[in-house]
Design a protein. Structure first.
Length: 227
């Protein structure tokens, strides 16, 4: 597999963006899509595996501020979980340092019954997200931003596509919008409107230029694991 191309971004924090977010495609509505796993951590499965909310099966990195906000909303979120999931710890004990996280530290959500603990409820989708919609409060700063951004990720000064994006059949569907168009508002909500302005400018250069070489300002091969 060829290394991804990176383009320059005029932004105070992010200086590079993977070109693929402007040209690769992603289903616009996860909840109306029947998920199928094609690979597991890059290893092709013997046969496609139907699995709803497949990208949420491993748990998620959660900034300590987000963890605290989730626990403060326990009374709102717990009723959407099955009884057993209400009683188990919602987060792993290990606290990891990560300068990319808003607080500089994160924990992972617990895995329960082969999925993130917040999937252990009567309907599909994230219980945090559902609780916010059903009860009328904002999930900003509560639902882990890593989950909100998927299948995008970031590391240091670059925005990129998560390595496991290609593991799921929501990736690269020809009838779907681009990754950027699907996640544009989320990028603005998480990182501020200035990033959207900067990325809109990059998107415009790609739209105006010939295919494949469109808008290429800088190419850099990255080997860092996605967050």
């Amino acid at each position: 597999m060829s290394e991804p191309e990176y383009l320059s971004v005029s932004h105070e924090r992010f200086r590079q963006v993977e070109r693929g977010i402007f040209v690769r495609r992603f289903v616009a509505d996860c909840m109306s899509h029947s998920c199928v796993m094609l690979a597991d951590e890059g290893e092709a499965l013997p046969a496609p595996k139907p699995l709803l909310d497949a990208c949420c099966q491993y748990g998620a990195d959660t900034d300590l501020g987000e963890r605290n906000a989730i626990l403060a909303r326990r009374a709102d979120i717990a009723p959407l979980l099955i009884p057993a999931a209400r009683l188990v710890p919602w987060f792993e004990d290990t606290v990891e340092e990560d300068p990319d996280q808003p607080s500089g530290y994160y924990v992972r959500t617990a895995v329960f019954q082969d999925g993130c603990v917040f999937l252990a409820h009567d309907k599909r989708g994230c219980a945090i997200h559902r609780a916010s919609i059903e009860q009328g409060w904002s999930f900003d700063g509560v639902k882990p931003h890593i989950c909100r951004l998927f299948p995008l990720s970031y590391s240091e000064d670059a925005i990129m596509i998560s390595d496991d994006f290609v593991d799921y059949d929501c990736a690269d569907r020809p009838d779907a919008p681009t990754l950027y168009r699907v996640l544009r508002d989320t990028l603005g909500a998480v990182f501020g409107p200035g990033l959207v302005t900067a990325l809109d400018a990059v998107e415009a250069t790609i739209s105006a230029a010939p295919p494949r070489t469109a808008g290429l300002v800088q190419v850099r091969a990255r080997s860092e694991a996605s967050t």
